[in-house]
Design a protein around this ligand. Structure first.
Ligand code: TYD
Length: 201
């Protein structure tokens, strides 16, 4: 079982990943919790280039660096874990590239999706939880945390609005569960558990 969490920065993905990881472990599943970018050693170096290196990164280069991180992540961590019968929980996956590089960065959505699918050999999640919040609310939550913004987080509200709109468009695919992220963490967690119960996990 491969489950991914998506949404613009500030919607509360980490909290939900924590809750789901604990729940699944308590049920006796072997869980691999991971993230993009940076789920592997190589990925951590790519993450640094993408988020913390000084200076410009051309949009197509940015898209390819995310794809490079993901290709290595899938090949060396995600596929082996799934083959061993583990549950993989990932904080972001290729839908992030479609929303951020395709829509927000205004590269072509279909092209970015194509590059991403090539990078992962067409590995699509069984379930994708989309935490949805208007961009201004997500940004307000983020700034209240007081952490230093990374390169992507320094973008304007319009950038995150384009990403959010694209997430909502893609969420008609059956693997998506869209949750209103203005609810309490417990309510959101329960919505995830309800969906898992339908999937018999
Ligand atoms: P994330 O780890 O979620 O941020 P944080 O550590 O602040 O919680 O993701 C880092 C940033 O990378 C985030 O702004 C979204 C962006 N991103 C993309 O633009 N494209 C992608 O394919 C991925 C995976 C992330």
């Amino acid at each position: 079982m491969f489950i991914t969490f998506e949404g613009i920065d500030g919607v509360g993905k980490s909290t939900q990943l924590d809750l789901l990881e604990k729940y699944l472990e308590a049920k006796g599943h072997e869980v691999v919790r991971t993230l993009e970018p940076g789920g592997t050693d190589l990925g951590q170096e790519i993450r640094h280039l993408l988020l913390h290196r000084k200076g410009e990164v051309a949009p197509r280069s940015e898209a390819l660096l995310y794809a490079a991180d993901r290709a290595h992540h899938v090949a060396t961590l995600i596929r082996p874990a799934l083959a061993a019968g583990k549950v993989v929980l990932s904080d972001r996956y290729f839908d992030s590239s479609v929303a951020y590089q395709g829509a927000a960065r205004e590269l072509d959505v279909a092209e970015v999706r194509g590059i991403s699918l090539w990078a992962v050999g067409n590995l699509v999640p069984d379930l994708t939880v989309l935490l949805d919040l208007p961009a201004n609310e997500a940004m307000a939550r983020r700034s209240s945390k007081g952490t230093e913004p990374d390169r992507l987080e320094r973008e304007q509200v319009e950038f995150f609005e384009r990403a959010r709109d694209e997430y909502l468009k893609m969420s008609s695919e059956e693997r998506f569960l869209v949750i209103d992220a203005s609810q309490s963490p417990e309510q959101i967690h329960q919505a995830v558990l309800d969906r898992l119960a339908q999937m018999e996990l």
